[in-house]
Design a protein around this ligand. Structure first.
Ligand code: FES
Length: 125
């Protein structure tokens, strides 16, 4: 696999933290890892060969998106009340979800997935 930078806009090189290996992600399902700070569970999505990372916890309730969510293209649907988010930006797309998911800049080097640990939030323009 070639090294590939997916999103690096504001990240500094020394801010990247390893979270998981691409080869260990569940095929056709949502992966999970701990945030490098240890306080947050992450959901890892693979769509068309690209990796996206958000917080694992639905912003409407306490559902785990990696455990119970369903990936549909670039959207993850929460199993509890069917709210949807865009995995690329964390944007809440359907009710009852209003608050966006925190998401992270991602860098993939070989088989290794790194994130910038500072969460980003979608802002409606
Ligand atoms: S807990 Fe996710 S939509 Fe309600």
């Amino acid at each position: 696999m070639n090294s590939k930078v997916i999103a690096t806009d504001s990240a500094q090189a020394d801010e990247w933290k390893f979270i998981a290996k691409v080869s260990e992600l569940p095929k056709g399902d949502i992966g999970t890892a701990k945030h490098p700070g240890g306080r947050l569970d992450l959901a890892i999505y693979q769509v068309d060969g690209e990796i996206y990372v958000t917080s694992d916890r639905c912003t409407h309730g306490a559902a785990s998106l990696s455990d119970e969510g369903e990936l549909d293209g670039y959207q993850v649907e929460c199993a509890w009340h069917n709210g949807r988010f865009d995995v690329r930006t964390g944007q809440a797309l359907t009710m009852p979800c209003r608050a966006p998911l925190p998401y992270f800049d991602v860098k993939v080097v070989g088989d290794d997935i790194y994130i910038n640990p500072r969460p980003k939030r979608f802002k409606q323009l």
